[in-house]
Design a protein around this ligand. Structure first.
Ligand code: ADP
Ligand code: MG
Ligand code: ZN
Length: 639
């Protein structure tokens, strides 16, 4: 199997010239440097840089009369004079007149002339040519380079239109060892890898499958939350199978001109078929693969044409076209049903957020090239990062290394990673964000309110850190950590979560009799949670188990977006949302009144030290008779 599709001639292949241009690197600096080089060369060759002394013709004539001159070499109008005493000097004569005539004119007698050895040399062909024409050629060259440079500039802007049909796919060559990704680089995702092994097998030895009459899947769609490794896994499939990988993102299809999306698709498939076996990977396919015809106020024709073209190309695969189309999306719910019907993207591979063990594996992969200190405990980091995606973990490792480097350490320590967790989760600390005494107090009571409610309510996650140092958008933060990894959440948990979110609001109200803008994001969180409970998860007894919206929050019924559901249902939903919020408020109030001592103790401590870690925090709780939740998270290091 060779990999020569790029060398084959394609009548439409206008992109080739373009490639060459870019290879030239196109720097004006280069052109100027070249010009200067040529000029220097010219100067050297024409000899104006030579150190040989010059004599005038009249001096030369006198020397000849005196018999001091041994030889004169004539080369065009250049004279090289060698004296009896060994000196060598240069001179010039008139261009048209012969030397003998010139000397004669200066009064040199024929006898003296006869004693001197005069050699006439032809200017060498090349030298003659070069010396006479190089000034012209150099200036021409310079002008040409200048125009070429200008035209490139223009191409950059307006002339793009000439190449707009060309597929913009990036190709990864299977022989490129540096960029090769294999399944080893992808941690976790066991089921997904298992599923994709089949594809790898097929790409490696298609004959085995074709001989037995098996129909090979044409399309595989990878779905999962952002950062779960969809793109990475698609690369790994190509790397494992050792086939070229054509990579293009959905939004790149749809650019600027109408009709271009479809022609890009054609180009892409043509290229891939020439390189077969190969993988075409359309990343973020939801950009083009959304349900057709559903658009409100006229669909997007361009997008639909592109999508149609993809479907046509996939239908047009011959049984032995060894091209597999992979696609990735984090919105499988919006995809056009025609895309996922059998014969097209009929294989679905789902990537979940990594669980604790997988997170540790991912951390290990990204720790490989980083020098780690002895105290590093990746298990603990994995425990503290529920809900992190692969991409989050990658950036956690990176932030940890950056922190270590900024403090001029050669190794990454555990506390670098711990700090990195919070940085990835909440954004950078804003230590410079100075609070007035009053603001500090308000923030402390606010966070203490959240924390106490979370610690007292049975279904909320235990608190492991409270801080009033601003981070990202938050004025302060309370971090909770579930006792156990979980995939499902229950109504009771949501109810306690809402109360905990409102804890800050209630605390401000209770202590200061006033509310600030601080809880605004808390209110957003609790309201949308309450609304989702009612409309998505059937958790309101009044509405019952009816899903009024889909997982994207769009109304389930009807295309008409204005009218979500009937007036009566709408009113009921609003009433239910307020009831849930009100219940949450009351719960929070009850908790904070009952445990007011613990609540104020935490707030005072926060004003004093600004950040409370789990241990100190729990000490205060137990001192006030609040029972800790059963399982200790931080100390469980066993798998
Ligand atoms: P997606 O396409 O799903 O949004 P990516 O594949 O682009 O996510 O992942 C982003 C980065 O996160 C990858 O380049 C990789 O460094 C890291 N990553 C994600 N998932 C994993 C995993 N399972 N194993 C190792 N690294 C991962
Ligand atoms: Mg991606
Ligand atoms: Zn808050």
């Amino acid at each position: 199997m060779d990999f020569n599709f790029l060398n084959q001639k394609d009548p439409q292949d206008k992109g080739k010239k373009k490639k060459k241009n870019t290879k030239w690197g196109g720097s004006l600096a280069g052109a100027v440097f070249f010009f200067m080089l040529m000029t220097a060369l010219y100067l050297v060759v024409t000899g104006s840089g030579k150190a040989t002394p010059q004599v005038s013709i009249s001096d030369l004539a006198n020397s000849v009369i005196a018999g001091n001159v041994k030889t004169i070499v004539v080369e065009g109008d250049q004279l090289t004079i060698t004296y009896q005493n060994g000196d060598v000097k240069d001179s010039k004569k008139e261009v048209d007149a012969p030397l003998s005539q010139t000397l004669f004119d200066y009064g040199v007698p024929a006898t003296a002339l006869a004693k001197t050895d005069i050699q006439i040399k032809d200017e060498t062909g090349f030298m003659y040519w070069f010396l006479n024409f190089s000034p012209i050629i150099l200036s021409l060259l310079f002008i040409l380079i200048f125009f070429w440079y200008l035209s490139r500039q223009v191409k950059g802007a307006g002339m793009q239109a000439f190449s707009f049909g060309q597929s913009k796919a990036r190709v990864t060559d299977p022989n490129d060892k540096n960029n090769r990704v294999t399944f080893k680089d992808v941690a976790g995702c066991k089921e997904a890898k298992e599923e994709l092994k089949e594809i790898v097998d097929f790409l490696k030895s298609p004959k085995k499958f074709l001989d037995i009459g098996a129909r090979i899947p044409k399309g595989v769609i990878l779905t999962g939350a952002p950062g779960t490794g969809k793109t990475l896994l698609a690369r790994a499939v190509a790397g494992e199978a050792g086939v070229p990988f054509f990579h293009l993102s959905g939004s790149e299809f749809v650019e600027m001109f109408v009709g271009v999306g479809a022609s890009r698709v054609r180009d892409l498939f043509k290229m891939a078929k020439r390189a077969a076996p190969a993988i075409i990977f359309v990343d973020e396919i939801d950009a083009i693969g959304r349900t057709r015809g559903g658009g409100f106020g006229g669909g997007n024709d361009e997008r639909e044409q592109t999508l149609n073209q993809i479907l046509v190309e996939m239908d047009g695969f011959e049984p032995n076209d060894k091209v597999i189309v992979m696609a990735a999306t984090n919105r499988p719910d919006v995809l056009d049903p025609a895309l996922v019907r059998p014969g097209r993207f009929d294989r679905k591979v789902i990537l979940d957020l990594p669980d604790r063990a997988d997170r540790e594996e991912i951390l290990k992969i990204h720790a490989l090239k980083k020098p780690l200190a002895e105290d590093i405990n990746l298990t603990l980091i994995a425990e503290r990062t529920p809900g992190f995606s692969g991409a989050d973990l990658y950036s956690l490792m990176n932030e940890g290394a950056i922190l270590a480097a900024r403090e001029n350490r050669k190794k990454v320590f555990q506390f670098d990673l711990i700090r990195a967790i919070e940085k990835v989760m909440l954004g950078p600390e804003r230590k410079s964000h100075l609070l007035s005494k009053k603001e500090k107090e308000i923030t402390a009571y606010h966070e203490a309110g959240h924390a106490i409610v979370a610690s007292v309510l049975p279904h909320a996650d235990p608190v492991h850190k409270v801080s009033i140092i601003a981070r990202g958008n938050a004025g302060g933060y309370t971090l909770k950590l579930p006792l156990e990894e979980r995939r499902l959440q229950s109504k009771k948990e949501f109810i306690d979560d809402i109360a905990m979110s409102l804890g800050g609001y209630v605390a401000e109200q209770m202590i200061f009799g006033d509310v600030t803008t601080g809880p605004s994001s808390d209110l957003q969180v609790s309201t949308s949670l309450a609304r989702a409970m009612v409309t998505r998860w059937g958790m309101s007894p009044l509405i019952g188990p009816i899903a009024l919206v889909d997982s994207g929050g769009k109304p389930q019924y009807g295309e008409v977006a204005e009218r979500e559901f009937s007036e009566t249902v709408s009113t009921k939903v609003d009433a239910e949302v307020s009831r849930i919020i009100n219940d949450g408020l009351q719960t929070a109030e009850k908790v904070l009144t009952e445990y007011k001592k613990a609540f104020t103790a935490i707030a005072h401590k926060l004003i004093e030290v600004e950040t409370l870690e789990q241990e100190e925090y729990e000490k205060i709780l137990t001192a006030h008779g609040i029972l800790l939740k059963k399982k200790e998270v931080i100390t469980t290091t066993e798998v």
